[in-house]
Design a protein around this ligand. Structure first.
Ligand SMILES: [Zn+2]
Length: 578
């Protein structure tokens, strides 16, 4: 039998199995038991919280001849036909794909006829907010003339997009995000029933990543199972989940602290494109900054937390506490602003620009000490000085907080020149030269041709790592990959699983091709390429020292060299006309 996703196999079939929505399921069961059901329901709530499962259970329970205590028996022909989706009196419609007036008119006409085999005709309209205005009007007409044996269940993640006239004619139930504890409990139940061993901590990591959605939790669990050897370990769970959130968060906050507005906005865009909800993201960023501050002040409190990355620790150690307090303030203001707006993303973009601001009267300096950059070791005196400054800043911040008025008063610490928080990724120059010595245009083109497919073949979190990267040179045994962000480059470099997965997938896409990977930052690429070319004077290219746009300029008469360079770097080479 083909593999079935966990969330399908373990879809709730009884109200008592719907996790984390006890108040709702109890109310529905009682209504069925006492035959006091409404003719229209509106189920709202985040994705994966049990809305459509509850709707189907409702359809079964109300039609099941053996129903006990408002629960369906799941054994009789009626229950089975509904579970399998072949009961003609229970009609499921996905408004996302059927948003037309015609469909709703059709429903309206059919709703006039009594159910044929079931006692109640039940229409389940999923993603109902996707209906067109015309379709809403047609639906409204139907709801205005309720038929005795017809029940509508409308489900949506976005209730604010539904006309008030519709909402007022339904009985509304708001499904909550499911607590981490409840999700863990359900996963434990499933894993024990399937004789799958696991580490307890792995489950909380997965549950947290699912952000209150059971369906997402089970999808991630599926991934973790296929990723793990036998036991699902904490490391497996982190590999499958952690990264997406943690790496992106690391990248975002790093870009802000580097005062690189465009990089920060780009990371933000990537995170939102991954489907992260803006309000949720703001909350996560707020918690992340709080954790940074906590780690800085009392590392022992956070050390047990599983997902502290090196970048996180580095940011906590290098950044002035004052800057963190200030970022937390901006984020909590943003959280208030976006509570009731439909333009949450815009507010978040504005907040990003603020967060990446250089030090001013109101924005504190980023760096707190003098030891920094380029891998220069920090000596003890620096650390002592740093600690002294932190204590001083803490006192000052406390004074500022006690005095609720404007921040940035006379005794505020002086703003220092912006200092870059640098991570210490060491460019493997020799390896880069090796790649360049064997690189051909054909190899590069071959890889670019399958790059998108390769990304899709990787687990979502590894894909996220590679999103802001690009193959820039390739040969028969080596592939050079340039990353937009240094810290992502560093993360990817330390990720053996990623290398293995990439190698395996590439081998499937390009026959017998499994190169080793060399990772660099995009920033370093023009310089590396240039120094390689100038070190290989036997090729005799006259290389100008123009660094902008990373383009190598070649004197046109050296035709052979041009061809060589072209075959090496592909279309990235531009030829300067004199
Ligand atoms: Zn039944």
């Amino acid at each position: 039998m083909a593999y079935q996703a966990l969330y399908r196999v373990w879809r709730s079939q009884r109200f008592d199995d719907v996790v984390g929505q006890e108040a709702i399921t109890k109310t529905l069961k009682n209504a069925i038991k006492q035959k006091k059901t409404s003719h229209a329901y509106l189920f709202t709530g985040p994705r994966g919280t049990g809305k459509t499962s509850a709707a189907k259970i409702f359809a079964k329970a109300i039609n099941c001849p053996n129903s006990v205590d408002g629960e369906p028996c799941n054994e009789c022909e009626m229950c089975r036909s509904i579970t399998e989706g072949r009961q003609e009196d229970v009609i499921e419609i996905d408004a996302a794909s059927n948003n037309g007036v015609e469909e709703i008119r059709f429903i309206r006409d059919r709703a006039n006829y009594a159910p044929t085999t079931a006692e109640y005709k039940v229409y389940i309209i999923d993603e109902v907010h996707m209906l067109s205005t015309g379709a809403f009007n047609a639906l409204l007409k139907t709801l205005e003339e309720p038929k005795e044996h017809v029940i509508f269940i409308l489900a949506t993640t976005e209730p604010h997009k539904i006309p008030a006239t519709i909402i007022s004619r339904t009985q509304r139930f708001d499904f909550k995000r499911i607590s981490v504890q409840a999700i863990v409990g359900r996963m434990q139940h499933i894993l024990e029933a399937s004789n799958q061993t696991y580490e307890e901590q792995a489950l909380s990591v997965i549950a947290r990543a699912a952000e209150g959605g059971m369906r997402d939790a089970l999808s991630i669990l599926d991934q973790a199972i296929s990723f793990s050897d036998e036991t699902i370990t904490l490391a497996d769970a982190l590999a499958v989940t952690g990264s997406l959130t943690t790496e992106m968060m690391d990248a975002f906050i790093s870009a802000c602290l580097e005062q690189n507005v465009s990089a920060a906005l780009e990371v933000l865009e990537n995170i939102l494109a991954e489907g992260k909800e803006a309000r949720r993201l703001t909350e996560d960023l707020l918690l992340y900054c709080r954790d940074l501050l906590m780690y800085q002040q009392a590392p022992q409190l956070l050390n047990e937390r599983a997902n502290l990355t090196d970048t996180f620790k580095e940011l906590a150690e290098k950044t002035a506490a004052d800057r963190f307090y200030w970022m937390i303030k901006i984020l909590s203001e943003t959280q208030n602003e976006i509570r009731f707006t439909n333009h949450a993303n815009v507010y978040l973009e504005v907040a990003t620009v603020k967060l990446a601001a250089p030090p001013t009267n109101t924005a504190p300096a980023v760096s707190s000490g003098s030891g920094e950059a380029d891998g220069t070791p920090v000596d003890n005196e620096d650390i002592v000085e740093l600690k002294r400054q932190i204590v001083q800043l803490q006192t000052e911040v406390k004074q500022l907080k006690d005095r609720p008025a404007a921040p940035g008063k006379a005794d505020e610490p002086k703003a220092r020149a912006p200092k870059k928080t640098s991570s210490a990724y060491r460019i493997p120059t020799e390896r880069v030269y090796q790649v360049l010595s064997e690189a051909t245009k054909d190899h590069l083109q071959g890889i670019r041709g399958v790059w998108e497919d390769l990304l899709m073949a990787l687990p979502v979190t590894q894909r996220a790592l590679l999103k802001a990267s690009e193959p820039v040179a390739a040969g028969p045994s080596l592939l050079l990959l340039a990353f937009d962000y240094e810290i992502v480059c560093q993360r990817a470099d330390g990720n053996e699983e990623l290398r293995t997965n990439m190698q395996n997938s590439l081998g499937l896409m390009i026959k017998d091709y499994s190169p080793e990977f060399v990772f660099i930052t995009r920033e370093s690429w023009p310089r590396l390429r240039q120094s390689y070319v100038s070190q290989h004077k036997d090729m005799k290219p006259e290389v100008s020292d123009a660094e902008d746009e990373g383009e190598i300029e070649l004197i046109p008469e050296e035709n052979q060299v041009v061809e060589q360079a072209k075959s090496l770097f592909g279309d990235l080479v531009t030829i300067q006309e004199d």
